[in-house]
Ligand binder design. Structure first.
Ligand code: NAD
Length: 270
């Protein structure tokens, strides 16, 4: 099979550089180019040198339209404002589009859905394969265990993180709640302090740890009488998100136009 040309918008970012490295070491795909915002100091630099993988003969550009025209797939870890432009280009050029940028609102969702009418669009706020498997496992386990098993979600992130609980912890909570057929907001216990009284049956509790440079750790604990089941994911590096994105791009090849998630990429049942 011919190699898939992958373009990277935001190629100088933490994720963009990582994606370039992963594309370079993955079979069946090759770098097709990269862009940054107009006026960025890296414009004109070699994409490979920027990513620390040696010169590739591809200069960082500032014209995303040209990149979408040249690439078979484009991977986006930029900003919500840039994603709006990129989603429009994916629609116009019918290029496979993998969007990992977070902080999206209604207009971004609408732009992704519009692009998905013309091409395969995969969007996920967490592209690590492990977290997406964990989401599915948590829903399954929660559905299988009786509500006598108390569910607690523990997460730890680096000291710079500004929100709590993490978006992934909340997604895990939603998966656990869905397994029980309830809405997370009705049962979530996000903070405990002082004399709280006994645990309310059916609650899903959260505990947040912050410190050091932890890339992201999540445990979902099912605590029953006499036994405890704990499902844990530990992110050691941002490379796992880049690997998920590249895997998604390859998976999208040959898929009909439509919106996809990492669950589709992994072949997990909805
Ligand atoms: P970053 O700030 O290091 O990188 C973003 C890059 O986008 C920068 O180099 C910036 O100059 C560039 N950019 C901004 N506007 C642009 C434009 N118009 N055209 C081209 N490039 C432009 O950030 P990061 O840590 O790489 O994260 C980027 C995004 O990805 C964030 O929204 C983050 O939350 C998200 N993220 C998602 C996942 C996931 O698994 N889905 C994982 C990690 C990060």
């Amino acid at each position: 099979m011919e190699s898939m040309g992958i373009g990277i918008v935001g190629c100088a970012g933490r994720m963009g550089r990582m994606v370039a490295r992963v594309v370079e070491e993955t079979d069946l795909c090759a770098l097709a180019g990269g862009t940054e915002y107009q006026g960025a100091p890296v414009i004109g630099q070699d994409l490979g040198e920027l990513a620390g993988i040696g010169a590739k003969g591809l200069a960082v550009g500032d014209d995303p339209a040209a990149l979408f025209a040249a690439a078979d797939a484009v991977i986006d870890f930029t900003t919500p404002a840039a994603l709006l432009v990129h989603a429009g280009l994916a629609k116009a050029t019918k290029t496979v589009y993998v969007a990992g940028t977070t902080g999206l609102g209604g207009e971004h969702e609408a732009a992704l859905t519009a692009a998905a009418a013309e091409t395969a669009v995969m969007q996920a706020a967490n592209m690590s394969l492990g977290v997406n498997l964990l989401l599915a496992l948590v829903a399954q386990v929660s559905a299988a265990l009786s509500p006598d098993y108390d569910i607690e979600i523990l997460e730890m992130h680096h000291r710079h993180k500004v929100d709590a609980p993490s978006g992934t912890a909340l997604a895990l909570g939603r998966a656990a709640a869905a397994g029980r057929g309830v809405e997370l907001e009705a049962v979530a216990q996000k903070v405990r302090d002082g004399v709280t009284g006994p645990r309310r049956p059916g609650d899903i509790g959260f505990a947040t740890l912050r410190g050091g440079d932890a890339a992201g750790e999540h445990s979902v604990i099912f605590a029953g009488e006499g036994e405890r089941l704990e499902l844990t994911h530990k992110a050691g590096t941002r490379e796992i998100f880049a690997r998920g994105a590249v895997r998604a791009a390859l998976w999208c090849r040959g898929q009909p136009a439509g919106r996809y998630t990492m669950r589709d990429v992994l072949g997990l049942e909805r």
